[in-house]
Design a protein around this ligand. Structure first.
Ligand SMILES: Nc1ncnc2c1ncn2[C@@H]1O[C@H](COP(=O)(O)OP(=O)(O)OP(=O)(O)O)[C@@H](O)[C@H]1O
Length: 253
């Protein structure tokens, strides 16, 4: 269980301070997914950086299974917007990188890598370099690297936003298939309402006002079969879009 209590982050510069997150309270059961939607600059990346252990100077508590969140204690997978692949390493080496960074002594099991590559549909590409892959293929490599690590917590910062609509839907399906097998606690930031409804067991809408939570929804459609074709999918997406339009426009009134 991930528990965030009264989390506030203030950035300090020489002559001013800026509150990026204020009194955020969230809880996510282990093995769940949570999609976060928020306007630009509302603090989404700041929240992921706290969870990844990159920002440690914050107020409040962040506990994972009752312990303070620390990259040295938990395995945290992080997929940044640009996939985070090293251009000078081939696909196979990039996939092994997460495990290697966590434990330099550990020998990566070749058959596990091959299994993961098959699951993600990138078998046969092991010798290629990131520059020789499509965006969708790079995203699959990045997912393979994170899932191979078997993380306690997977963080994804707008992971599919650079992909065209069809590829994005394909990769969302691939993600869900692998996720179902591992049931990794996952938090993803997205700008797409439909992506949040498709991938988020919980959907969190952040306000543009001082990095606060505007709404938390337990998504009744999550995990259903073919939910994109469901009337409820369309209705929930429309409801969220209308809520966001009003909520984000209300700031400053
Ligand atoms: N190092 C920093 N020093 C000062 N202010 C910062 C720093 N990093 C971020 N901020 C400010 O904190 C706020 C939240 O930033 P953050 O990157 O978390 O937003 P975001 O919701 O991820 O935005 P986007 O959707 O545009 O990526 C922004 O107003 C940003 O300008």
């Amino acid at each position: 269980m991930l528990e965030i209590k009264d989390l506030s982050v203030t950035y300090q510069s020489s002559d001013e301070s800026y509150i990026a997150l204020q009194n955020i309270n969230l809880s996510l059961p282990s093995g769940g997914t949570c999609a976060i939607i928020g306007p630009s600059g509302c603090g989404k990346s700041t929240l992921l950086k706290v969870l990844a252990g990159i920002i440690t100077d914050y107020e409040g508590t962040v506990l994972f299974d009752g312990n303070p969140i620390l990259p040295s204690k938990q395995k945290i997978g992080f997929i940044p917007q640009n996939y985070g692949l090293l251009p000078w390493k081939n696909v196979y080496e990039n996939i092994c990188l997460g495990v290697k960074l966590k434990n330099r002594q550990l020998k990566v099991n070749k058959s596990s890598v091959e299994f993961m590559m098959r699951q993600l549909g990138i078998d046969g590409l092991e010798k290629r370099y990131p520059g020789e892959l499509s965006g969708g293929q790079q995203q699959r490599v990045s997912l393979a690297r994170s899932f191979l690590l078997k993380p306690d917590l997977l963080l994804m910062d707008e992971p599919f936003s650079a992909l065209d609509a069809i590829t994005r839907e394909e990769i969302q399906d691939v993600f869900l298939e692998v996720w179902k097998r591992q049931a990794v606690s996952t938090i993803l930031v997205t700008h797409y309402v439909e992506e949040a409804v498709y991938l988020g067991q919980k959907i969190i809408i952040l306000s543009s006002h001082l990095g606060q939570v505007s709404k938390i929804i337990d998504n009744p459609l999550f995990g259903g079969k073919d939910i994109r074709k469901d009337k409820g999918f369309f209705e929930l997406s429309l409801y969220l879009r209308n809520f966001i339009k009003k909520d984000w426009a209300d700031v400053g009134e």
